[in-house]
Design a protein. Sequence first.
Length: 291
Amino acid sequence: MTSATTPVVRSAKQRRRTGSIAWHVGALLVLAVVLYPVIWVVGASFKPSKDIIASLDLLPTEPVWANFSGLADGISGISISSFFWNSLMYAGLAVIGVVVSSSLTAYAFAKIGFAGRNLLFTLMIGTLLLPYHVLLIPQYVLFRNLELVDTLVPLVAGKFLATEAFFVFLMVQFMRGLPRELDEAAKLDGCGHFRTYWSIVLPLSRPAIITSAIFTFINAWNDFMGPLIYLNTPEKYTVSLGLMMFRDQEGISNYGSMIAMSLVALVPVIAFFMAFQRYLIDGMATSGLKG
């Protein structure tokens, strides 16, 4: 019995080992495909502009720092720090607007029973199917008539009006999962809706709020279409528009400085994500039901 089953056991172990090796090889190949653009950008940032397109080498043979040191000179007399400051203002206001307006709207949909709630919630979800370009022209005409073009107002106004339906939906689904007993206990203690929202629901919803904040920051920081439409003065450009200026100045594409600035532009996004990514895995049990 033992001698008969031994080859079968060995065969099963060999198949598992072969499958494990194949899985790891496949994972390494996928990792190489994913990391190739990152390695190329890092390598190209240390190459002279003429070698970035002409050379096929992934990494530079003789790294140069001129691309990064040249950023200190700015673009067309404009310091790149102004681009970063404008992007930071845009992204920061967008995060504040989305967190405040979306959480308040989500609380109303999740915790307050009012006439037409389901219909309004359905209509809100339906706006996710509405293409952004359909609203672009009427919105631009509206802000132009209000003389708000070439300011950050058109870019952030919608964030404070809960127009980001996806984040409202995300928070609604999270808040609906909170125990009803907490709301009832707060009501017995004399808490109104705002006190319940601020002291109970908002702290418990921290994972959903942090998730919304991270994606809002990344979307606003990388936004190109909005600033391109509404910002006309170069001094008010964001980082995404500042990168475009490397291509346009004097009709020559300064690829080296463009890629170097692209690499530097990733730092705030990575820093923001690393600062708050631990909250993404926080659950209700670890974020609000203690003490």
